[in-house]
Design a protein around this ligand. Structure first.
Ligand code: SF4
Length: 348
């Protein structure tokens, strides 16, 4: 990112009220706010000179005082074997963050990051190895979508907050970003096609339920009991499974959507037949769907189970009274699979 852009305030991420303040600061009439909002989010322009219904003099003043994007696209890595691409972005403050675009049949999903690194230490996750660096701003979250959309050959059908970071530890910014993505005068992305995933931050699940957000909720479970969750997720010590389940029950009783549980299959940790039966027992009677994710290796102590073990686990899960899908992560060859995102390089 050049130093000129670096020092200017970025407009992506601002809502209508905030853009109104910018227009008033520039002593522009209030109708400019709507025009500016449309250029930024609907037309997705890359420069102020593309804002054709603005006078030249206004475009020049905008250019002198502001920039459009808070992120700079540094690199796109394409999967050689699957329809997956990974996007590396630089922040104005120097850190870097990744997003992933996955295409499968008619479904085109962007996996968005909410933090640089992560304060939590789920043992199977590469992001944890970065440590926590910072929460992303609303603009840094929304800009991932806008810039990836520009690069995507097909329309994006789904947004998942499952990239780097724990979204509910950056709650306000993540919700504001989802609201901006959903805003009917801008990007207009359907709420039911946006999923926010958490490892189980109970107070935020309660708040999310109370605030009646319409985005889908996913919870990373990875165990059928408090003890089994604790094997890989130390956050379970702070937010134990029984309390987590109560919070989720409350959410599903008050939401139009069922909850989605993510369950990572790790060799010798979560993959036995007994684990499968206990998982079914835990979740029977709940309004839920389960995604089984065979582990994506990151060179540590954990491994993906052999195929016959995965098949045996899935065969048992097929008897569950709730929908179960298996998610073979895309892009594992470019470390873009679930749990593999980590930026270990420094800004150039
Ligand atoms: S799985 Fe999510 S919450 Fe856990 S360390 Fe990785 S990014 Fe953080």
């Amino acid at each position: 990112m050049n130093s000129e852009t670096n020092s200017k305030q970025a407009l992506i991420g601002l809502n209508q009220t905030e853009l109104e303040c910018i227009c008033s600061h520039l002593q522009e009439p209030s109708f400019r706010t709507e025009q500016l909002f449309t250029w930024l989010y609907k037309s997705s322009v890359n420069s102020f000179h593309e804002m054709r219904n603005f006078p030249n003099e206004l475009r020049q003043r905008l250019h002198e005082q502001y920039c459009i994007h808070p992120l700079e696209l540094i690199r796109v890595t394409g999967s050689t074997t699957e329809s997956t691409r990974k996007f590396l972005f630089g922040l104005q403050t120097g850190e870097m963050v990744e997003s992933v675009l996955m295409r499968e049949k008619n479904r085109v999903t962007i996996c968005i990051s909410s933090q640089v690194g992560c304060v939590l230490d789920c043992l199977f996750c590469a992001t944890a190895s970065m440590g926590f660096q910072k929460n992303l701003s609303v603009g840094e979250i929304v800009d991932q979508f806008l810039q990836v959309r520009r690069e995507s050959q097909s329309a994006i059908t789904n947004i998942v907050f499952m990239g780097m970071g724990e979204p509910f530890l950056n709650y306000d910014k993540v919700i504001a970003a989802a609201d901006l993505l959903n805003n009917e005068n801008g990007i207009k992305f359907g709420a039911q096609r946006i999923t926010i995933s958490t490892v189980g931050i109970i107070p935020k699940i309660i708040r999310y339920t109370d605030e009646k957000h319409r985005y889908k909720l996913a919870v990373s479970l990875n165990g059928f009991s408090q003890e089994s969750r604790l094997k890989t997720m130390s956050i379970a010590r702070k937010y134990p499974l029984p309390e987590l389940m109560n919070a989720i029950d409350d959410y599903t009783s008050n939401s139009r959507h069922p909850v989605t549980f993510e369950y990572v299959l790790m060799e010798g940790i979560t993959d036995s037949i007994d684990d499968a039966y206990k998982l079914i027992k835990l979740l029977s009677g709940k309004r839920c769907k389960v995604n089984i994710i065979p582990y994506n290796e990151i060179g540590g102590d954990y491994h993906r189970p052999p195929e016959k073990v995965i098949k045996a686990f899935i065969a048992v899960m097929k008897s569950a009274p709730f929908p179960v899908t298996i998610r073979w992560s895309k892009g594992t060859d470019i470390s873009a699979g679930c749990g593999q995102l980590a930026v270990l390089e420094k800004t150039p």
